[in-house]
Structure formats: C-alpha cells, structure tokens
Design a protein around this ligand. Sequence first.
Ligand code: DLL
Length: 433
Amino acid sequence: MENYFQPEIECASREQIRQWQDERLVKQVKHVYDNVPYYRKMMEEKGLTPADIQSVDDLHKLPFLTKDDLREAYPNGLVGVPMSECVRIHSTSGTTGRRVVAYYTQHDVDLWEDCCARAIVAAGGSDEDVVHVAYGYGLFTGGAGLHGGSHKVGCLTLPMSSGNTDRQIQFMTDLGSTIICCTPSYAAYLSESIIEKGLQDQIKLKSGIFGAEAWTQEMRRDIEQKLGIKAFDIYGLTEISGPGVSYECSAQGGMHINEDHFIPEIIDPNTGEVLPDGEKGELVFTCITKEAFPLLRYRTRDICVLNREKCACGRTHVRMSKPMGRSDDMLIIKGVNVFPSQIETVLLNNGYAANYQIIVDRVNHGDTIEVQVEMTPEMFSDSLSEVSAREKELVNALKGMLGIYAKVTLVAPKTITRSEGKAVRIIDKRKLY
Ligand code: DLL
C-alpha cells in the first residue's frame, strides 16, 4: 500500500491541479510584475501586462529567464519581497561565472520542505525511519532540503553532511540508518567502502534518495544490489528551490513534478518553441507559489521528457524522465552529440563501476575523447595483453553507442579521485585553449 505525505495534493484530480495552476499563475505574474522590476521590464519589452495572463494557456506569452539573467541580476535583482522577509539564502557551486544566489521566505522554506517530505515518504519513509543526510550542508541545497523534509515526516534525522566516510559508516551501523540521502556517486563510493570493510550485514538501510547529478539505470541497479536497497531518484535545482522539485515513487518510472508549485514545459533548446508531451527537450519551470525568488519560465538546461500517463503509485502529478544531461553538458565531439550518460551506460553494462573520467581535447584541429575507467579488483591484472583486450572490447562497445572512436584507458582500482558531492566526470581541455 502506497503512503503519501499530502495525498489530497499528490493524488488530486487533473482538473484540480489545473485549477490550482491557473489561479496561482495569475497571482504570481501579478506579484512578479509588481515587485521584480527586472522581470517587469522584460514583460514590458514584449508589450505584456499581468492582464494578458489569464491561465496556463497564456504561459507561452511570457519571456524566458535564463542563467544569464540571474547573473545579470546578481545578487538580488530578482527578489520579490523586502529583504526583511527573507530568512535564508542558498547558492549554486558556481564553477563558471558568478554564483546564483536564491532567496527564501519562511513560507518558501516551508513549501520546499513539504516537497522533500513527499520524496521521503515516496521512498518508503515514515516516523519510524532514521534518515541519514549525507548531502553537503551549507550553501548547497541538498543537506538543508532533505533535512527539513525528514523533520516534517518525523524521522530521526542524522545531519551527517558529506565527507568522512569512516564516520558515515560508523553512524550508519551504530544508529541504524534506514534511508540514506546523498549523490549517487557518493552512494557508489559508500557501497564500495562498506563491502571492503565486510559490513554489509551490519547496515539496516532499506532505501536511498539520490540526486543532484545525472546517473543511469545501470548505476541504480549497481547501487541497489551492493547496498541491498531500493534507490530513488530526486531532482531539483537551487534556482527553483532545491531538491524535491520532482521525486520518484515506488514505480520508479520517472519523477513526479510537484505541479502544485511548479509548472513544467518542454521546449526546443534552439528555437524556444514549446514541444508537445512525450517529446525530448529542455525543461522549463514556472514557480507559482514562491515569494522571495519567484522565477517565471526559467530555462533549466536539463534535457528530458514529460510523461502524463497514469502512474501505478496513484500520484497524478506529471512525471519527468531522468535528465539525459544538461544541454550545456552535452559534448560535441567531431560534430557528434555525446552525453556522458551514454558512456556510463556502456561502462556499467560491461561490468565496470561508475568510476571514470572523460577527457576531451583538441589535437591538430581535431577533437579527441578518452575515457579513463577503473578496473574492478576482480578484473585487475598485470597482464598487458589482457588489459589491452579489455580496452579494445570497450572501444567497440562505445563506438556502437556513440558512433565515434573513443580511446579507452583502463586504470588500477581506486586511482580515480572519489567525490563526496557531485562527481567531476568531464575534463574538457578544449575550453582551456
Ligand atoms: O543539485 C539540488 C539537489 C540536491 C537535487 C540534492 C537533488 C538532490 P544545483 O546544485 O543547483 O541543485 O544543481 C542543479 O543538478 O539542473 C541538474 O542538471 C542536476 N540534477 C539535479 N538533480 C538531478 C537528478 C541541486 N536527479 C542541477 N538527475 C540540475 C540528474 C540532476 N541531474
């Protein structure tokens, strides 16, 4: 029997959801127009006033917001309430350019935590559970979001944050953690460490809530098998609130988007044209309940597909597929589009773990791609011919998936640096020239 945190919302009729969206959108557009001069100007440039937006059918008229707008409006040009009403900020890691700073009122924090609570209950959580939060705490939204959600469900919450793997495992065994929340790459690392210490029998984990980075179905199977758990996906981004914008249920067939708070659209990333359901494109969100940082038609750059078919779990909110990578993560190698997730699928299907790095370079005006991947301890061999046979096998498998040649270098177990947060998989040296 499926459990829900807010059944009247999570299982509401489509008509009810649409009614909430229509009402809240109209109110939100007015709020933004009145209180965010940056966006008001964007609307005025298109000759729009709030009166032009009467329902979700009018959404397409509004201009898109992009990360560049957020950078331009840095630090608080998109805030919709007086600073005295803000109680929190979070921020992206800002590897390129300025960081994005997102603001929250108490009401925003409350609704965000509801979303995370829904995700925890959908992953089987209840007040009987011990929730081990190993996402980073601090500016990153992962720790705070799942922490708040866990409190709402009434779980015993372990605010572990990331890092110190020995301590993580010790608390996990001593305090009987039943649900682990962390990035999938850290979950993979934890599972390796638990197996290495021979502690599989001493952990009580039943499920994991993994997100913040792309991960494949193959990686899910690997983590589920190694930790003996069910692994649930969770998606979100700082700009829109943080984790819990969407989350997986027991059916594990896509993530339910919290449509009472966020209206999703899929657009063609090149033309901006709205695409019909079922087509792959860039995910765009309009926040309809946020006060402090009320982004309208924000382009996430995540590429995915929406699915409105009925879900076996009983939830009625639309599901999004796993993001197939960000439009700006997609590598163009010799003119061919390559997503790191395709490479991961090949590696895991061939018996490797998700410990790899992709190095892209430009040699004599031509692109090159190299995949460095760790051998598992069982595969590890000093025989050069054995290693080179394995490399050839992978080169062929990658060619089958990508359609181009990728050099493969097998390296010894434990030589690729493990990440405690989001994994760094791609080194694109072309950007350095
Ligand atoms: O990663 C929020 C989060 C924390 C989500 C914990 C889930 C769990 P940002 O640091 O702003 O926020 O990064 C957002 O990460 O646009 C996606 O590209 C990627 N991402 C997030 N969740 C997933 C996921 C957090 N489940 C960016 N699968 C997003 C694939 C994901 N990519």
